[in-house]
Design a protein around this ligand. Structure first.
Ligand code: SF4
Ligand code: SF4
Length: 108
């Protein structure tokens, strides 16, 4: 039994790779990737209303994919150009979109 010693646990295991050590950088110094839209593409009926209403022209119907309902679902082609205006969410009859506002610290 040892008396009077304190725990000397380390946050990085001995022998850890340099990459593992850099993962202990403060969270505040990292920039989060950001996506302004969450799209429930499996429920999209491919009507194209959102594609037509988007003022930034960043939505398209993905002709390479067929969703479980048998439609070409909507797809966001340029997340950086989306302004989170939510016009797409307001016009969609099937509530496919969840729109997020960009905040400080979000990467473009
Ligand atoms: S939130 Fe606005 S800019 Fe972004 S995809 Fe929808 S309609 Fe377009
Ligand atoms: S308006 Fe809704 S259902 Fe129509 S294409 Fe856009 S996401 Fe799909």
């Amino acid at each position: 039994m040892t008396i009077g010693t304190r725990s000397t646990a380390r946050s990085t295991p001995i022998g850890a790779s340099p990459a593992a050590r850099t993962s202990t950088l403060p969270i505040a110094r990292r920039r989060r990737s950001f996506s302004p839209l969450e799209i429930a593409a499996d429920r999209c009926k491919g009507c194209g209303l959102c594609v037509d209403v988007c003022p930034k022209h960043v939505l398209t119907l993905d002709t390479e994919v067929v969703n479980p309902l048998g439609y070409h679902a909507v797809h966001l082609v340029d997340a950086t150009a989306c302004t989170s205006c939510a016009l797409c969410a307001r016009i969609c009859p099937d509530a496919i979109f969840t729109v997020y506002a960009r905040s400080r610290g979000d990467a473009a």
